[in-house]
Design a binder for this molecule. Structure first.
Ligand SMILES: Cc1cc2nc3c(=O)[nH]c(=O)nc-3n(C[C@H](O)[C@H](O)[C@H](O)COP(=O)(O)O)c2cc1C
Length: 132
């Protein structure tokens, strides 16, 4: 696993999975920029996207969820998209972030579903055509 700001020589990869949290209804900017900057390569390297948030337990509508990766999906269509519940610890947020989360009534806690994450990863590795 590599942070997208440190990923180099993408041509050497057989497949790529790009994941990031959602903040205020948008995929984290670095991930979107990574896709944009590497679009030519991602058009030929099999890849998948995933996002993590605290509204994917039925709070966000299908349309809202689809809108989050709309640009990336159009630019470089992935073999699969994953959406997972994340975690939120208000004590680790700055004042601004805490204010946004309170306004959104974002629930505090660790909601990660490791079984769902493992299943998606296994299926996605197959779709990417690489050995797990
Ligand atoms: C300022 C802020 C805004 C957020 N906005 C959203 C949101 O719009 N939709 C959502 O599903 N989750 C939202 N979340 C929840 C995060 O996506 C979730 O806590 C995620 O697990 C954070 O990942 P990280 O710990 O790797 O940053 C927000 C969290 C913060 C702190």
């Amino acid at each position: 696993m590599t942070h997208c700001s440190e990923a180099q020589n993408l041509k050497a990869y057989d497949a790529i999975i790009i994941g990031a949290p959602v903040y205020a209804g948008k995929w984290k900017a670095e991930a979107g920029t990574f896709v944009k900057n590497n679009a030519d390569l991602l058009k030929v390297i099999p890849h998948a996207y995933f996002m993590v948030g605290t509204s994917f337990d039925g709070k966000a509508s299908p349309a809202e969820m689809r809108a989050i990766l709309a640009k990336e999906r159009e630019l470089c269509p992935p073999v699969s998209e994953g959406r997972f519940m994340g975690r939120l610890d208000y004590s680790r947020l700055n004042v601004f972030q805490r204010m946004i989360c309170k306004m959104m009534k974002a629930p505090e806690g660790d909601f990660r579903d490791w079984k769902a994450i493992s299943e998606w990863t296994r299926e996605t590795v197959q779709l990417l055509g690489v050995r797990g």
